[in-house]
Design a protein around this ligand. Sequence first.
Ligand code: SF4
Length: 365
Amino acid sequence: MKFMDEFRDADLVKRTLDEIQRTVTRPWVIMEICGGQTHAIMRYGLDQLLPPEIELVHGPGCPVCVTPLELIDKALAIACQPDVIFTSYGDMLRVPGSEKDLFSARANGADVRVVYSPLDAVKIAQENPGKEVVFFAIGFETTAPANAMSVVQAKALGIQNFSVLVSHVCVPPAMQAILGSSANRVQAFLAAGHVCAVMGYWEYPPIAETHKTPIVVTGFEPVDILQGILHAVRHLEASQWVAGNAYSRAVTFKGNQPAQKIINQVFELCDRKWRGIGAIPMSGWCLRSEFAEFNAETRFKVEQIQPEESPLCISGLILQGLSKPNECPAFGQECTPERPLGATMVSSEGACAAYYRYRLHFANV
Ligand code: SF4
């Protein structure tokens, strides 16, 4: 398959590994931001093929993982109200709230529907004027343009029975929070290629320079990831505090500017809580006041729901690169993909779920 098979080519993987081996002279800790990258690293065993000097730690770039527990509970509270059609991408339906998930709410009679685009939710609202239709708008910069478009379209069409439950998060503030921590171990980042396809990487050079931490835009196939690591190691070895691009077939410096324009039209930066990590200032997007009428949290008066996370869970440490999933006492015991306790086990892209699937033999069990 064009643009796929060649990036899984075994010879190219080996040649890139050899080049990394020739380049590295001392230990380095590199964080891959995205859960999709974590999953690929585990699936292909890339971390085990790297020279021992290179340690990979797993970042907070899994949107399902970092959606706060209270947002799940708010989604459930809205979905269970009469005359509501609650719409969401499928991966959020099995994420447990404090007591249940959206699947079980649906089994108990709530009208919960999977959609493949927020624009489908707008159409459902048009077709069901007697119902309130809510879309669960979560995710990073990748999903924000389509979610913003749904709000613009609903406003343009005068649709009053559509709203969005928003929990958008942004990558650069999370990187800065990790680098600004006194416990930080991260010395270079592999930035998430799909986020940068939307946003470009113009925000990264000042972060790289300020924190003396190279950042390399990286894709998702084995060769992509190893190329990203090679670029990062070259920059680290040469003390180059720069932002580079190892995913140029999909990413430009400025990114997708029409997408950025519609994000900025609908959303503005706000403080946002990240599941497992806590609040990070100005790390998310909220609806601008011009679009406040589409805010499901205020429409359904669910702002006050504040549940507690499991005290056993160390996912906050994992998401900051300070621990590995197999170091959690609950891993594979109290916490499994079927009964997840915390952020990094709730999604198949979470680091704990990836370790459970590919590295269960590493567990302390
Ligand atoms: S294994 Fe479960 S409880 Fe432990 S850190 Fe991961 S998500 Fe949290």
